[in-house]
Design a protein around this ligand. Sequence first.
Ligand code: FAD
Ligand code: NAD
Length: 466
Amino acid sequence: MSQTTKTTTLLVIGGGPGGYVAAIRAGQLGVPTILVEGERLGGTCLNIGCIPSKALIHAAEEYEKARHYADGSALGISVTSPSIDIARTVAWKDGIVGKLTGGVAALLKKNGVEVVQGWARLLDGKTAEVETAAGPVRIQCEHLLLAAGSEPTPLPSVPFGGMVVSSTEALSPADIPKKLVVVGGGYIGLELGTVYRKLGAEVAVVEAQDRILPTYDAELTKPVAAALAKMGVELHLGRKVLGLNGKGNAVRVQDASGAETQLPADRVLIAVGRRPRTQGWGLESLQLDRHGNALRIDDQCRTSMRDVWAIGDIAGEPMLAHRAMAQGEMVAELVAGKRRHFTPASIPAVCFTDPEVVVSGLSPADAERAGLDCLSASFPFAANGRAMTLESTDGFVRVVARRDNHLVVGWQAVGRGVSELAAAFSQSLEMGATLEDVAGTIHAHPTLGEAVQEAALKALGHALHI
Ligand code: FAD
Ligand code: NAD
């Protein structure tokens, strides 16, 4: 087949949240843009990440609720013999994914972005070759945006295959295993471990560190650990995974003293992190500066090569969709000639466990490490009326503010539904709010958000409801 050549101003490699947002914004700004996607528009987030995991979390929660009511409930609700058809659940989840990825395709089209379907191979910093169904296409550009994302990190002692799966397979199960061993007590391990437990599997989590979600402070993760224990999820902390046993039906783990135990399993989910997708498509030949496995970028997402940009997971932590999107939007504006820098006051993070955890800005320990003299105060959901009506009084909201001028520098919360507080947290940080600003804002009653105002009041020494 003969080769076609195309030229463009901006060439985006990867149609995940970083790449597709960059392309949409570039299109809005009139920058001729081609986006190359090897698999499906929407990338990890829409197809095999954020969205499908949150859909399954919701389905599992609803099923658990039904089972809870089947056991009788103080609310007077009763349910008879709830059951779940996992094939229908997965089809429902796929329907949401389909709607969103179709929406991305429509938005790209509306904004004049040309999408080339196929895997790109870089020839140099201005040229890529794509194997498409219609034959090879060579694309030349002025600006190259690398948005190729990340992939699950394999564990050499328990390689992927058969019953050993990554989050991708775990999000489309044909059935629910009787015994699931999850390796990694981070975001994916705990979000999906909780899903499988609620869907009826016996779940054991093996974590190398001595506590779950080790990137968050211990006080925040305590309610999550307590809820997992109540649910019956076994936590094996500070353990090393040695491999599968001879029969392939148990995971061999070792504790700090060297003692070995076997955890029976008919499925194993490996969730020990993700690695930037930097190999196998010609990127190495560009010899870009690295930061560990990730591409090194500056505060405009420029790599070490002129007019070669990188955003999202390929540029390392935090590997979060909203960070990728914000970087993508900025790069498009820079390519269009606007003046921008990536200097957010915070990149919020949410772990959708039950209860959820949300952080934005500095924790008390972060503030101390940064040399700031701060005060912090927590308000418990046990003293919040809305939390009581939702039967979810575990958890709290915590604020961190400078002692001298009361500038808020961080928020943390743990509790059911607290993910939605991320907006208030990040807005207050971005707008430079003080404790007095938050304490003086009328918060609607009864809402979980009142705990935000009360935390600020408590930091000022006059909380009203505790
Ligand atoms: P990706 O979304 O990985 O997209 C990269 C795209 O590039 C892919 O579509 C890939 O096919 C394509 N590509 C790669 N190489 C080439 C090539 N050579 N040629 C053509 N195309 C190529 N983040 C959150 O913020 N919130 C969450 O709740 C959340 N949940 C998650 C749950 C799971 C199970 C997982 C795995 C991740 C989750 N994440 C979440 C992380 C989030 O998915 C990523 O941070 C985000 O998708 C990164 O976006 P990206 O654009 O950098 O890369
Ligand atoms: P993670 O970094 O959140 O957790 C990995 C965990 O595995 C860590 O606790 C680590 O200590 C542990 N670990 C590492 N090696 C181990 C080993 N050999 N044995 C036992 N434990 C080991 O990574 P993840 O859960 O795979 O998720 C990948 C990334 O995807 C996250 O960092 C996050 O950026 C993104 N993600 C985000 C969300 C969200 O925003 N809600 C949800 C899922 C994934």
